[in-house]
Write a new protein. Sequence first.
Lengths: 420, 538
Amino acid sequence: MNYDSIVIGAGYAGLMTAYSLMRGGQKVLVLAKGYGRTHLATGMIDVLGYVDGERVTRPLEAVARLRTPQPGHPYARLAPESLRAAMALFLNVMSEAGYVFAGSIDENLLLPTAVGAVRPVALVPQTMVAGDVREKTPLVIVGFENFKDFYPELIAANLARNPLSITARAITLSLPTLENDADVAPMILARAFERAEFRRKLAAQLKPHLKAGERVGFPAVLGVDKAPEVLTDLQTHLGARIFEIPTLPPSIPGLRICRALERLLRQGGARVQIGHPVVEGRVSGARVEAVAVKSAARLKWYAARNFILATGGVAAHGLEVDSAGAVREPLFNLPVANVPAPSQPRFAAAYFGEHPLSKIGVNTDSEMRPLSVDGRPVLENLRVCGALLAGAEPWKEKSGEGISLASAYQAAQVILESRK
Amino acid sequence: MTSLTTEILVIGGGSTGVGIARDAALRGFKTILLDRSDLATGTTGRYHGLLHSGGRYVVKDPVSAKECIEENVILRRIAADCIEDTGGLFVETEHDDPSYAAEFVAGCKKAGIPVEEWTVAQTLKREPRLNPRIRRSFWVPDAAIDSWKTVWANARDVQAHGGQVLPYHKIIRLIRENDTVKGALALNTRTGEEVTIHADFTLNASGAWAGQIAEMAGLKVTVLAGKGIMIAMNHRLTQMVVNRLKRPADGDILVPIRTVCVIGTTDVRVPDPDHWPIEAEEVQFMLEEGEKLVPGFREARALRVWGGVRPLYQPPTLGNVSDTRDVSRTYTLLDHPQTDGVQGFLTMTGGKFTTYRQMAEVAMDAACRYLKTERPCTTATQALPDSVEQKFYWLGARLAHREKDLHGDQLICECELITRQRLLEAFQQKGADLDDIRRTVRLGMGPCQGGFCIYRAAGLSHQAQFSDSQTTNHALLRFLQERWKGVQPLMWGDQLRQARLDDWIFQGILDVEHLPMNDRREATNNPSQSSAVHGHSS
């Protein structure tokens, strides 16, 4: 069976490229060794949160300004309309999936984190939007004794000390309805929230402690597939606006996005195969002909006209660094940019310092094709997107999803246009 | 200003200091121990965790070898809970001189160290990851010992016998009246309060820092600092201690301790025991030497690198020392009343963790002579708390303990199996400094390097009101910076992947870089001047 496009990787970049190509009429196969960064991240859509340590208020404008000081940044190589269109598409797709997002790329929201820092972000699910601290109504943060990944007292205390003068307090509840378990995993808790009886009991326990006009923040575990319903129902019971705060992995909000995209892809006729790694590529001349998946101790080859490499950065094995400091892209041995010379330091002494190795990755042209060191495309029908791209520190900049979605969008457009 | 009075004052909270304090307390002396920092933060907490059989020194340093085997036998009796009886091997690789074996065996016999030759086949059956090209192999009673646990146990026993243990008390000066040292003036670095301690007798057990303390009494003592670096690997590549069968050198020993194994060490003389770097070349050298013992070593995940400084006493007669490997590993008691005419003051330095108890006995015997009292030492027979049953620690101990009560408590640190209850107890004992907590319960020392548990511990410390939010934020950021020092030289392969995941958690999700701090500079940019890595990842 021949595919129009094979996407390698099932993070934000991979799934959204696959979605665009599928909607463009292509026969698409997604191959991934496992789930992507959705499960490890916030489940929010960052575009750009910090530049040189300064908080970004207007992300789209800041992205446009990034071109001059940081010509090597992925955003500098992506068309400005790709970012805007990619975000519009993502909002539509999530609405279609019934998991509605809010926010815009023109102005960042400011949301509390699970330590009580205030973090800029562009798009967030409806379940989080009421946490925006630009609004001045008081917050009450609610945690559970049985759940170890969320500490409302610390969040509230840090929020209260924030220069933005936020009013916040904390409540810790016990969840006696969960059977005899002192150590509740996030997924168990999320499933519990999907039960009406659990919500009713919880609301009854919590409501007497709430004051009029308070917004109520919970750890981001308010249901898996039924999160919007859980939110509405809890708000009704409590008579207050509620919101989720993302915490340690596994990310329930990220899981919702991944499941929604996977479902839409399958419904739309794409094939999604997660759990076996792509281990080899067959290249002829300047074209990728096929890739091999390792399953059941043998190689299975898949051919296609187009390939999209969205295998992620260092954390996801998209890039590998060995003990001598050599960096490689393991699948196609693509040229890797921004690698410090062997004589140069790879890291700074300060944890929050500038680490030379942080911006390694693959450089591409505007068609998202990987480039050699002298700037020529090395493979004609391979597009690179997501965290594998050189030039960004997304965990620091708060730019990960924006880069992934914009590069995914641009890669898909190039492929779809080239067919016309 | 607080004023305390004691019979015995011990300066230094490493193994020697707590050993002396326990020895004194068990002899019935009123005892106070001070350390400028937390206990076991100098050399003691920064070594690989080998309980020497003495085998390493039989040829080069037979005096030290004999001390080691004597104490090896005693510690197995009194500190069993701190020891894993791994056994040790000396293996001859193709890189080692074959003539050394005969010298080694003769040396073991002379020092009284049990030794037994194993066939290569027998050795490889026990340790299948070892280089199959080894030529000979000898078993000796090496073992692994948890230096932190040993120090805590000694300190607790001091307290149980009425003594006082005062960490974070920095000596400002010694009180010297004419020719007699009569105690010390110290600064409580946690409260800023000055404390005067009047003592009948003062013992300087500050190891590599002994020269600095002796100078406060107007005495010149030269202690060289021999830096050694160690790397903890993420797995126990061997289950027994493995030494190269040759004269002690760099990177020639692998010590399995708890869930990791540690390769050590280098030996480089450094001018200042507090400030020295870990060089990239040293790390690469360790990996190359590891490869000779265990092929594929380089591909295994390196978890943490740290260094410590050995206190090496240089007698005035020895002249200038160029290679610190050549300085004896034996200990030295400096009898200041006799040699310098300064009364009430002794310095015990040099030596090894393995011989800490004997050093304490020798020091207190001398102190008793000057105090003109006869009180016998009992530390060779009186077991430490938790070791009374004389049962050795074993690798599954924490899990077995946890399984008794699987659903009763939260697991805050999955890697090291630390429960919420245990952590709260540690906060109660030690306060909210996460780095102190790390050393006490091994928080954040497993494969995830604190990625999950440090957030939880910070939140819990604040929730249980051991720290306010400001202190909690500082503790969290300090932990991240300290951890970075220990992992930064090892950033490749899976260790780098782990670090990146932790970056995503702490920066991407939590945005700790933008916590509200009173002092922003401290929050975001705090590279300590010292590269002395807070280590002991074992």
